[in-house]
Design a protein around this ligand. Sequence first.
Ligand SMILES: Nc1ncnc2c1ncn2[C@@H]1O[C@H](COP(=O)(O)OP(=O)(O)O)[C@@H](O)[C@H]1O
Ligand SMILES: [Mg+2]
Length: 359
Amino acid sequence: MRPRLAVGLMSGTSADGVTAALVSVGRNRLRVVRHRTYPYSAALKARVLGAPGLSVAELSRLNVELGEAFAAAALKIAGRSRPAVIGSHGQTVWHGPNAVPPNTLQIAEPAVIAERTGVTVVADFRPRDMAAGGQGAPLVPAFDLFLYGRGPMKAVVNIGGISNASIIGHGRILAAFDTGPGNALMDEAVRRATKGRRDFDDRGRLAAAGTVDERLLSRLLKTPYLLKSPPKSLDRSTFGPAILDTVYPRLTAKALPDALATLAELTARSLWLGVLQSAPGPLSAVVISGGGALNAHLMRRLRALFAPAPVGVTAMPVMAKEAACFAWLAARALDGKPGNAPSATGARGPRILGKIIPA
Ligand SMILES: Nc1ncnc2c1ncn2[C@@H]1O[C@H](COP(=O)(O)OP(=O)(O)O)[C@@H](O)[C@H]1O
Ligand SMILES: [Mg+2]
């Protein structure tokens, strides 16, 4: 099989913007040609983060507007190349894996992406897994197995708005689940304390200057989700921004470093504990991707916790990994190959994921 060019489009719970990656997909290899995050405007970001409160009419309009934003990102990253397929994760506006019936909603109208680009689009990857009894998440483990399946046991971790981990060893997925918070809680704390002037704690410098509130930390570490064993995936409410209303009701700029130190520690410890509880032996490495890999304070804390296992970053650019995953999943869908890992999502079996919009 000759390598094919594919575009992956991803926007996670951070709602920082559309990350687009142009990748070359081969049978055993994937290479990121280029990638970029196209930030949402402040107004669009606010609507995305507030999507659960929108009317149906507003949500329907947002779906098409995001479709345009995703299409623009795809066109820019493709440049003069002619990708065979675009895989679009879309923007999650709701994820309720534990509701009855389980449900999830990703928007960014794929018909708009196909129409603007003239390229076949595969989108909406999660519902099929859910319809088959799965949590619809995490979907990255099959990709992690593709990338890291050879060799001794590793934890492959993405720190986006929330964090997830795949434990991969000897050609198998040993466990995969959302570990708990990622950047979204810290981002929200920054936005509140700076009245929207800042979006995140650059390189974790504020957190590094703060002191951890150990009592609050140990209370948060008792959140039932963290004690459950996998398969499990986080819904919006568990570590959603709303919990800041309870733990830091009036966050000031002065109190921000201590709050960030505490939230960063919650992120690091929940991740470490979750991985440790699920790894059936010592890890040869921990491989981090996602925007959290750019938070130097968080990375230092993870290195200290996981020692002596080395903590590093993915060979591909850390921000490109999830977008690359959806390019890969789209190529699999076109090939008629399953994309979910039933052991990770809890689905009854392997399923071909996504809905195909022909070019
Ligand atoms: N230089 C940086 N320092 C610290 N954190 C960063 C930096 N750059 C990005 N981030 C964090 O990464 C987040 C975006 O990560 P991403 O992997 O795109 O998450 P998601 O998948 O939820 O969109 C930002 O919201 C921010 O918290
Ligand atoms: Mg993002």
